[in-house]
Design a binder for this molecule. Sequence first.
Ligand code: DAH
Length: 335
Amino acid sequence: MIEDLKQTFLNELGSATSAADLFQLRVNYLGKKGTVTAALKTLSSASPEDRPLLGKKINEVKQFIEAELDSREASLKSETLKKQLLADSIDITLPGKYTAFGREHPINKVLLEIVDIFVRMGFSVEQGPEVEQDYYNFEALNFPKEHPARDMQDTFFVSDDIVLRTHTSPVQVREMEKRKPPVRFIAPGKVYRCDADITHTPMFNQVEGLMVDKNITFSNLKGILEAFLHRMFGPGTPIRFRPSFFPFTEPSAEVDIGCILCGGSGCRVCKESGWLEILGAGMVNPAVFEFVGYDTEVYSGFAFGMGIERIAMLKYSIDDIRLFYENDIRFLGQF
Ligand code: DAH
């Protein structure tokens, strides 16, 4: 009878296929109301002579069933895991998913190139505020109040004496206030003017340069700018200085390079002149030194300033400045 129980269990175990089936078997055989439990209960009504042997047999069957169930459960578990791992496996031979990477903006690219050239020549890199006092943007750069030169710059006013800086030149004054000569730095950054067409945006970038020490002459200015322009546009690039006017430099010059698009023969970009205006420069006006307390008898210096967008436009033959700020990735992806 107890042997039958074992056989029935084995048959049922043979057709169990899931964890739920196995659990049901465990309940049916070993549970409180299970068959084995019921068999154990019959022991009390067995004759005292039969009882030890019967008890031993039932216990053997109980242990057998327990062991069988445990091992089937374990193997079912590992089979399930194996199936799951196979189903989840990734095919490492498939091509990867393409992720588009961002790129350096053409303006930053040109800016960093300029910074790199000057840093190699011993210039440090300084910065100043974009929201600037009238004093630094104009007054201390020798633009007196009501001076017509202020009209050259289409200023955005924040209040009567606060402006969005119209150029990076105020950094000259801020730096000279901070330290004594020798001074040698460039100051790149954003500037603002109320102006918009295919060559002007209300915000654009400039790089300022300043070098002050004893015995700084116009030759030093020419030497530094020539070294810069030849590294920027190629060693053979023709350079010329034209007399100009800025309140904070005396004498002042505008610096042209031979047109890099037509090679000097004349084209639409250089307006048939063969020359491209690249930067403004000059010897620091002693009036500016007076504002920062430098001894004009001992020190002299030169300054220069250039627009980054203009240089980038020439370098990459871009004819509309607004392309830089429309953030069309078809445009930006080309650099
Ligand atoms: N600040 C001038 C401008 O924005 C550019 C400039 C000209 C800067 C001559 C200079 C300089 O430092 O010497 O138009």
